[in-house]
Design a protein around this ligand. Structure first.
Ligand code: MTE
Ligand code: LUZ
Ligand code: MOS
Length: 733
């Protein structure tokens, strides 16, 4: 299947925010960021900037007509800093000029003096000082202390996982056009049109119906635009309303990298107990999340960390605690996996440590402990329809993992310059927003009298192919050809109160709503079809319209049977879990520390795919993005909290050469899934965690050189760190 937009995209004709022809008189805004990570604002003089060539206005907190507050979950983030700054990149003002160049030149003329404080960058230090975004939380099952005391083997350790920059190709931006009565029409590069609408209404002090947010498509989001697109939409809106002129704000790459939050770095302490046979008995883990300077989505991300603490495994006694620690970094935010990858990494590091101590392969421990139907997750949900073992067994069998292992061992026995390594990664990812309220979607379907179909939902297309999937659902439910269906861009005026396109639920929930609306229309058309054997769909639609029967339907879908009590950390928060397993093989150059990912082979449960080509792309893309997080992408800040890796020359993302030589993906035979339209399954986030297989394969190869190398507990494991580990340097941090 070719996505409807593919040719447009390939020719560069698909419009992104910055391609839209701006309205007459449009002005350009550029934010003024704090150069300091923590301190008190003692002077903010905007006079010189305001008087600069082509500058039309400079806006600060004083100019916000409504509330100067953009925090969506916890109201702790001002749009423009007032007295304090809490991170480098926090904005104090917006300069608006006739060109973006003139605005950028004038940014330098803003006179900002800050009395600096020592920033806190380490979440453990923040925790020690009681600097928390919200209370720390625990999910627990059984009696961990007793079970650990009774365990035959206990391993303990510390893990540190790094952050990750989203590097969506399209940077953050918005175009605001003032409307009547102090309202605004926004084009925003956001995953959350209703989120932008709600916060902009608050900032402007107008009702939500006076703020319309429209989204055509995003050049990638990856979670980075679930919450943080709001900032730039709100700035543009304030200036547009104040000046009664359209205002566009689009960040440059470097600005985007410095100003926006990233995947949360975590530090963790773990203790894992096992019996003599390798069955896990107890798991005790403490997560320190580097939340950044404001809450953003940190508490929700922390919750998903807790719910994925045990990964794909069943552990009878668990205590998982997580603290959202306030650090002087830009507020960290959603990123594919949403706290799940950080948790799963720690569990895999614990398994690797246990395997070493017990003299068995990590695979044996993984296989022994995979969760099965009837078992419970630590939060009390019973595993049902869990296909973890199926995928694990299938990938091992299809790729003859024992033989792969033997060949690698043979290679390592007979080669000194290169060593090879292998590891497996089973993924089991919960599908649904952990905040039950967000698990709803609606759709508006119109059949036009010529038989063509228009579909509107709250889903945002960001490259993941949700529009193609919704098109397939509508065509199938109505019984028309794909070409008859158009999925419109997203607008808050057509579809209201929508959840962000996130948590991998976009196609699931919006697809169900589309199916329901389309089926309602089809039922109305049925009598007209019955009276007209052989009639075409356009003829049937025209006949129904002539009889004054509505050809439009709206439907609302709420994911059934989910619930979660946040206070006690118990419930069934997920509709289902998506499972799969990856095997990774790497070859290490022992002299240079460089390595090649030879192959990643995956068996993944995509359900009854609505579009196998898209799903294959999601698995491959997620995997490579995960590899970047684990192996390559290193964020460095100086001790003043200034990001040093703020360009794509210093921040390395995977390229074709880095990608695995071979990626083999097999989709498991489909079964029923009542939560996905036509038994499809969510696919956006889970494949990212397959990258963990390659990380531990590399650790395996390093150990073939140096069995005592101190690797395997921190990410990213860059070639530089590999080289140091081969030289016998401590790489625990
Ligand atoms: N794929 C592309 N090409 N671009 C993206 O921005 N975002 C990912 C994933 N795949 C993303 C992507 C994330 S973080 C999520 S939550 C899902 O897509 C969202 O889309 P879905 O719910 O429709 O799967
Ligand atoms: N966003 C959110 C998410 O608000 N809640 C979630 O559970 C979630 N999960 C993954 C990605 N985004
Ligand atoms: Mo994805 S992190 O849920 O936007």
């Amino acid at each position: 299947m070719i996505r409807r937009d593919d040719h447009l995209l390939a020719r560069g004709e698909a419009a992104f925010l910055d391609d839209i022809t701006v309205p007459a008189g449009c002005l350009f805004g550029v934010p003024v960021p704090s150069p300091v990570a923590a301190g008190e604002i003692v002077r903010l003089e905007i006079g010189a900037a305001a008087a600069a060539h082509d500058v039309v206005g400079v806006f600060t907190a004083a100019d916000v007509p409504g509330e100067n507050q953009i925090g969506a979950i916890i109201p702790d983030e001002p749009l423009f800093a007032e007295r304090e700054v809490d991170c480098v990149g926090q904005c104090v003002a917006l300069v608006v000029a006739r060109s973006a160049e003139a605005a950028r030149a004038a940014v330098k003329l803003v006179d900002l003096e800050i009395r600096e404080r020592e920033p806190v960058l380490d979440p453990r230090v923040a925790h020690g000082r009681g600097m928390l975004i919200a209370q720390q939380r625990t999910v627990a099952l059984g009696d961990v202390d007793a079970a650990l005391a009774a365990s035959a083997v206990v391993v303990e350790g510390r893990c540190d996982t790094g952050g990750q920059e989203h590097v969506y190709l399209e940077t953050q931006g918005a175009l605001a056009t003032p409307t009547e009565r102090g309202g605004v029409h926004l084009r925003s590069s956001t995953q959350s049109p209703s989120g932008v609408q709600r916060i902009v209404a608050r900032v402007l002090g107008v009702p939500m119906h006076d703020v319309e947010v429209e989204v055509l498509r995003l050049g990638g989001g990856f979670g980075g635009k679930e919450d943080q697109a709001t900032t730039y939409a709100a700035m543009a809106a304030v200036a547009a309303v104040r000046l009664a002129r359209p205002v566009k704000v689009v960040l440059r790459r470097g600005e985007d990298m410095r100003l926006t939050g990233k995947r949360h770095p975590y530090s963790a302490d773990f203790r894992l107990g096992l019996d003599a046979g390798g069955a896990m008995t107890a798991y005790d883990v403490m997560f320190y999340q580097s939340s950044g300077a404001a809450a953003d989505l940190s508490t929700a991300i922390l919750e998903r960390t807790l719910l994925h603490a045990t990964g794909s495994y069943f552990v009878p006694n668990v205590r998982a605690t997580a603290a959202p620690c306030r650090t002087n970094l830009p507020p960290n935010t959603a990123f594919r996996g949403f706290g799940g990858p950080q948790a799963m990494f720690v569990m895999e590091a614990a398994i690797a440590a246990a395997a070493r101590k017990m003299g068995v392969s990590p695979r044996a421990i993984q296989e022994r402990n995979l969760i099965e139907d009837g078992r419970r997750f630590p939060y009390g949900m019973e595993a049902r329809g869990i296909r973890a073992r199926r995928c694990f067994a299938a990938v091992c069998e299809e790729h003859r993992v024992d033989e792969l292992r033997r060949r690698i061992d043979e290679h390592n026995d007979s080669h000194r310059e290169t060593k090879r390594g292998l590891a497996l990664m089973p993924v089991c990812f919960g599908i649904s927003f952990t905040n039950t309220m967000l698990n709803q979607a609606s759709a508006l379907v119109h059949v036009y009298v010529d038989g063509s179909v228009g579909v509107s939902t709250g889903a945002v297309e960001m490259g993941q192919g949700v529009r193609s999937k919704l098109r397939a659902v509508a065509a199938r439910a109505l019984g028309v050809a794909l070409d008859a269906v158009k999925v419109e861009g997203t607008s808050t005026a057509r579809t209201a109160n929508v959840s962000p396109t996130a948590a991998s639920t976009g196609a699931d929930m919006n697809g169900q709503a589309v199916r329901m609306a389309a089926e309602a229309i089809r039922a109305r058309l049925a009598p007209f079809a019955a009276e007209r054997p052989g009639a075409s769909f356009p003829e049937i639609a025209a006949a129904a319209h002539a009889a004054r029967v509505s050809l439009s339907a709206h439907a609302h879908y709420a994911t059934p049977d989910i619930h979660f009590d946040r206070e006690v950390g118990r419930g069934a928060p997920f509709a289902y879990h998506v499972c799969g397993t990856a095997i990774a093989e790497v070859t290490l150059d022992c002299l240079r520390g460089t390595y090649r990912i030879d192959a990643v082979r995956i068996v993944h449960d995509a359900g009854q795919s609505l579009d196998p080509a898209i799903d294959l792309g999601q698995v491959e893309g997620g995997l490579v993005q995960g590899l970047g997080w684990l192996l390559l992408e290193e964020l460095l800040w100086n001790d003043k909290g200034r990001l040093l890796t703020d360009s794509l020359t210093t921040y390395k993302v995977p390229d074709l050469d880095f990608a695995p030589r071979e990626i083999a993906v097999r989709f498991l035979e489909a079964d029923e899934n009542r939560f996905g339209p036509y038994s499809s399954k969510a696919i956006g986030e889970p494949p990212l965690m397959y990258g963990i297989a390659a990380y531990f394969a590399l650790v395996d190869a390093i150990r073939a050189v140096r069995p005592d190398a101190r690797v395997g507990t921190s990410t990213p494991l860059t070639p530089e760190k590999v080289l140091m580990a081969l030289a016998g340097r401590d790489q625990t941090r």
